[in-house]
Write a protein that binds this ligand. Structure first.
Ligand code: ARG
Length: 461
C-alpha cells in the first residue's frame, strides 16, 4: 500500500473494489487549498511546540506554498491511488520536500480533525458568497418596489382576490424572508467559526500543540471545546444545508408567483428577453425558465438536507466513515445557489410590470367589501352587522352584475340605511390602500417605513 496514510498493520493492500468505494478525491479535492491552509497552521503549531526547527518550518511553508500554486494552476491533481485529499497532499508534500521533512507534518493530527475543520472553512467562505448573492436579489426586489411605489395590485388569500395592496408592499413581503435568511447565515457563522483541529482522531493529542494558534491562523474564533464532538458533530453542516434549503424555498415561492404573473391570464409581468427562454418547436414561446429552475432546484436543496440528516440519524460517536457523506450534498447546495441566485437577481431586476392592468383588476372580486364593513364600524355600526350589510351589498351587486363602486344611492339605501353615499369615499383602491395605515399595513407611509427597516436589517446581516 505504497504511499497510503496507513498500511503497516495490513498484510495486503486494499482490494480494487474497496479502493473504488473508498476514494473521495473526486469531490474532496475542492478542499485542497483549505487542506494546505490547515497544514500551514499545523506546521506553526508543531514549530511552536518544538517539533520543527525554524529551518524545517520555513521549508515546510515553502513546500506547501509550492503545492498551493500547483493546485491553483491545475498541475497538481490527485492520482488513482489516492484515497482522499489529505493522502494525496501528503504524498505531494513528500515529493516536494523529501520524506524526512514531509513525514513530520502528520504528527498530532488526524484526517478526522482535519476534515471537520476544512468543511467549516469551505462553508464559511461560501456563506459569504451566498450572502452577497442573496443581497443582490434583495436589492433587485427593493429597486422594483421603489420604481413602482404607488402601484396597486390585487392582494390575494387562497389565490382569490382579497384586498388591494401596494405592489411595493407585496414585493417587500418576498424580500423579508430573504433578509431573515441573511440573518440565519450570520447566526450560523457565529457557531461555525470553531476549529476542531488538534482533536486528533477523537481523544485529543499528547503533543502539547496549541489549538488556539491553529484556530487563529485559520481565521477561526476558538478551538472546539470537546475533541469527540469536534471530530464527529455535523450539525454545523446540516444547519448550513437547512439555510440553503430555506433560501431555495423562499425563492421558490416568489418564483411561483412570477410564473403565474407572466401568464397571459394574469399579464402582470413581462420578463426580459435576456432572462427568458424559447421553445424548440413553438416559435412564439417565451418561457420563465429561471423562475422554474429556481422553483425546481429548491427540491434538490431540500433533498440535500434530508439526505444529510438521514445519514446523521443514529450515528454513534465518534467519527464514522458515514460522515464522508456530508460533503457531496452540501457542496451541491452551494453550487446550486451560486448559479440560481445571480440568475434570479437578474430576472427580478429586469422584469417589467403592467401596473395599469394590476390596478384595473385590484377592485374586482368585490375586494373593497372589507372597506365598506370597516367604514360602517367607524360610523358606529357593530362589526357583526357591518359584515352582514357589506355582504348583502356584495350579493346585490353580484346579482346585478356590477361592482361595489357602481351601486347607486337607491341600491345602497335598499341594502341598509346605514349605507349613505359617503361610503363611496372608501370605494376606490387608492382610498382603501391609504386607509390601511396600521403597523405593517399597506398604506404608502407604512410601506416606506418598512422599506427603511428592511434595508437596515439586510445591511446589518
Ligand atoms: N474522507 C474522510 C471524510 O470525508 C476523512 C478521512 C477519515 N478517514 C478515516 N478513515 N478516519 O470524512
Amino acid at each position: 500500500n505504497e504511499g497510503a496514510l496507513w498500511g503497516a498493520r495490513f498484510a495486503s493492500g486494499p482490494s480494487p473494489e474497496l479502493a473504488e468505494l473508498s476514494r473521495s478525491t473526486h469531490f474532496d479535492w475542492d478542499l485542497a487549498l483549505y487542506d494546505i491552509a490547515g497544514s500551514h497552521a499545523h506546521a506553526k503549531a508543531l514549530a511552536a511546540a518544538g517539533y520543527l526547527t525554524a529551518d524545517e518550518e520555513r521549508a515546510m511553508h515553502e513546500g506547501l506554498d509550492a503545492l498551493a500554486a500547483r493546485i491553483t494552476d491545475g498541475t497538481l491533481r490527485p492520482s488513482e491511488a489516492d484515497e482522499d485529499v489529505h493522502g494525496a497532499l501528503e504524498q505531494a508534500l513528500i515529493r516536494q520536500v523529501g520524506p524526512d521533512l514531509g513525514g513530520k507534518l502528520r504528527a498530532g493530527r488526524s484526517r478526522n480533525d482535519q476534515i471537520a475543520t476544512l468543511v467549516r472553512l469551505y462553508l464559511l467562505d461560501h456563506a459569504r458568497v451566498i450572502a452577497r448573492d442573496l443581497l443582490r436579489v434583495i436589492d433587485a426586489i427593493v429597486a422594483q418596489a421603489d420604481a413602482h411605489a404607488a402601484a396597486i395590485m390585487p392582494g390575494r388569500t387562497h389565490l382569490q382576490h382579497a384586498q388591494p395592496v401596494l405592489l411595493a408592499h407585496h414585493l417587500q413581503a418576498h424580500a423579508w424572508p430573504l433578509v431573515r435568511d441573511l440573518e440565519r447565515l450570520r447566526d450560523w457563522s457565529s457557531r461555525a467559526v470553531v476549529s476542531p483541529y488538534g482533536g486528533g482522531a477523537l481523544a485529543g493529542s499528547t503533543l502539547g500543540l496549541d489549538p488556539q494558534l491553529v484556530a487563529d491562523e485559520l481565521g477561526l474564533a476558538r478551538p472546539a471545546e470537546n475533541s469527540i464532538d469536534g471530530t464527529s458533530a455535523r450539525d454545523v453542516v446540516a444547519e448550513f444545508a437547512f439555510v440553503t434549503a430555506m433560501i431555495g424555498v423562499d425563492m421558490s415561492r416568489f418564483a411561483e408567483e412570477i410564473i403565474l404573473w407572466n401568464t397571459r391570464e394574469f399579464g402582470f409581468v413581462t420578463l426580459d428577453d435576456g432572462y427568458s427562454t424559447g421553445s424548440s418547436i413553438m416559435p412564439q414561446k417565451k418561457n420563465p425558465d429561471i423562475a422554474e429552475l429556481a422553483r425546481g432546484k429548491s427540491g434538490r436543496l431540500i433533498g440535500n438536507l434530508t439526505g444529510l440528516l438521514t445519514t446523521l440519524k443514529a450515528l454513534p460517536l465518534a467519527y464514522n466513515r458515514d460522515l464522508q457523506e456530508d460533503k457531496e450534498p452540501v457542496f451541491d447546495s452551494v453550487r446550486t445557489l451560486e448559479v440560481v441566485l445571480p440568475a434570479f437577481a437578474g430576472m427580478v431586476a429586469t422584469m417589467r410590470f403592467d401596473t395599469e392592468r394590476m390596478a384595473q383588476l385590484a377592485p374586482e372580486g368585490f375586494s373593497l367589501a372589507t372597506d365598506v364593513a370597516e367604514w360602517l364600524v367607524i360610523q358606529g355600526v357593530p362589526f357583526r352587522d357591518a359584515h352582514e350589510i357589506s355582504g348583502s351589498l356584495v350579493r346585490a351587486c353580484e346579482e346585478q352584475g356590477i361592482g361595489l363602486e357602481d351601486a347607486d344611492d337607491a341600491l345602497l339605501a335598499a341594502v341598509s340605511p346605514a349605507l349613505t353615499p359617503q361610503v363611496r369615499s372608501v370605494l376606490t383602491i387608492e382610498g382603501s390602500v391609504a386607509s390601511r395605515a396600521g403597523a405593517g399595513g399597506t398604506a404608502p407611509a407604512r410601506v416606506a417605513e418598512q422599506r427603511a427597516t428592511l434595508i437596515s436589517r439586510a445591511q446589518a446581516a
